[in-house]
Design a protein around this ligand. Structure first.
Ligand code: GDP
Length: 264
């Protein structure tokens, strides 16, 4: 789990970084955009923001379209992409939505694809690079064809409020690992996945027993190795190896909001 100390430190660092930039690229996981946006937006409220919905190659295509429209409806600029999206397309979008020479930062929760995006923008040829004066040496930027500049270091953001539901979705997208969550969160993550994937088994551990046997993950004596199965199962989900799946839809989230309003 995350501790308040960690969060306070992370948010202090991010606030410093964000003061320096002109534009914030909020990188969200297309499979759970709201769960991956559960951090405080306070540090960059005043900045121009662009929403990038990443990992769209392993998200459900129809659901991603709904999310794109959902964000557009609230006047947000959205770009849907994945690691194989043509670099030119990404550059064109950014050039269109930023002033020439702007300094950009990529922010997001752990494992959402920040480094992958930064490396894509960097490209193969060495780009013109510079350092931001007065800041630590490590804070460097590179220029993309003289159009805009990108900070080399991504901004790591952590969820502001914690809930089992949020933890479950962050586990499903690989932003949290099984070692970081408790049984309740894993069970909820399994429920979400099982409903979407039409699995009959209701209980995670009963499912993992069968999964371990099928995958020949056995301990000495032929006993199903549940620890190994658990790690493998959630890794596979996070990496989209069971197919293209999204874990939340705009409708569900609106529905939840409606429920909480009516019960208030
Ligand atoms: P960071 O922690 O936010 O910097 O995330 P990384 O860039 O290190 O990516 C985390 C993991 O997600 C790595 O295993 C990447 O290969 C993978 N990844 C990044 N972008 C994509 C994508 O568009 N599609 C898929 N399927 N995997 C991706």
């Amino acid at each position: 789990m995350w501790y308040p100390g960690h969060m306070a430190k992370a948010s202090k660092q991010i606030s410093k970084l964000i003061k320096l930039v002109d534009v914030v690229i909020e990188l969200l996981d297309a499979r759970a955009p709201l769960a991956s946006r559960s951090y405080s937006k306070a540090p960059f409220r005043a900045k121009k923001r662009l929403i990038f919905l990443g990992k769209s190659d392993i998200a459900d295509a129809k659901t991603t379209e709904l999310w794109e429209r959902h964000f557009q409806a609230s006047n947000e600029e959205v770009f849907v992409f994945d690691k194989d999206t043509d670099r030119r397309k990404v550059i064109n979008f950014l050039a269109k939505h930023t002033d020439r020479g702007s300094l950009l930062i990529v922010v997001g929760v752990p494992n959402v694809g920040k480094s992958t995006l930064i490396n894509k923008l960097k490209g193969k040829r060495s780009a013109q690079v510079g350092a931001t004066p007065g800041i630590t040496r490590s804070l460097q930027w590179f220029s993309v064809e003289g159009l805009f500049r990108v900070l080399d270091t991504p901004g790591l953001l952590l969820p502001e409020l914690w809930s089992v539901e949020l933890g479950a979705k962050l586990l499903l997208i690989g932003s949290l690992s099984v070692e970081m969550v408790d049984e309740k969160v894993m069970q909820r993550a399994y429920q979400i996945y099982a409903r979407i994937a039409n699995l009959e088994e209701r209980d995670l551990n009963a499912f993992l027993e069968k999964y371990a046997l099928e995958k020949r993950m056995l301990s000495k004596g032929g006993v199903p190795d549940l620890d190994r199965a658990r790690v493998n199962f959630f890794n596979w989900i996070a990496q989209g190896k069971f197919g293209r799946i999204s874990f939340e839809t705009p409708q569900e989230v609106d529905q939840d909001k409606g429920d909480s309003v009516s019960s208030a």
